[in-house]
Design a protein. Sequence first.
Length: 317
Amino acid sequence: MLGKLLKKGDIVVYESTVYPGCTEEDCVPVLEAHSGLQFNTDFFCGYSPERINPGDKINTLATIKKVTSGSTPEIAQQINEVYARIITAGTFMASSIRVAEASKAIENAQRDVNISFVNELALIFDRMGIDTQEVLAAASTKWNFLPYKPGLVGGHCIGVDPYYLAHKAQALGYHPQVILSGRRVNDTMGLFIANKTVKLMIQKGITVKGAKALVLGITFKENCPDIRNTRVVDIIDELQQFGMQVDVYDPHANADEVAEEYGITLCSTIGSNYSAIIVCVAHQEFKTLDYKNSIASPAVIFDTKAIWDKDAVDARL
């Protein structure tokens, strides 16, 4: 579409997260083919990765430093000046489009790997009978410890972007190990949470098949309506395969979007007689939720986000 609209002197700037080289190797040839114009002679390109944090009212477009780049030094400068007009936090002009693309790819891959590390620790500490949150609290007293938390890793960035980098690496004959191993760990967390819940129910003598479970939250992050690539669905699917009746409650998610994307019907209100409650998303509303009248006796409470008192729950990540 853009190729058909291009005219001489135009500059096309991409913001979508891609693997290094995508803009010039994949996108530019399409622009040339449909415009009949020559790259870096008749038209130019740039890349400036999006850094919006969904649901964040403080770190907004203007207050997050913007990486910019262009297909020539002159175009890079022009693009940088355009963004500098609105980005109060300032800009960083990368030396090339590929460098800018790579910077975005590793931002999300680094976060994914760090979360996968604490997720793996949570799996290990669960077998040891150690509370992961208490371990992290103790370790966080060291000035250079990175305070990442275990949990589900979804969304349209962290759970997806590492594969872009891995794809490019594999195309060049290198098979990444750390990036993909981190992805594998993070992708198993939903199954671990569901299976841990079932094990705890069995230990309490609760009949699993036919039992009611309440899943609190389906968005991929707290206080945000975004449901893209949410891994909460892994928990729901697994519990349903055990024959459980699963209610899902989320005051932030759009019920129509959830039904269309995942075939899941959200509850408008919280029911009663639940044999299991799983906190999947740390929405503000859930932190003070009075759930005691909604549970059966006995019941299992799994607080994956550690937002409730430790003594009031059966498990947490």
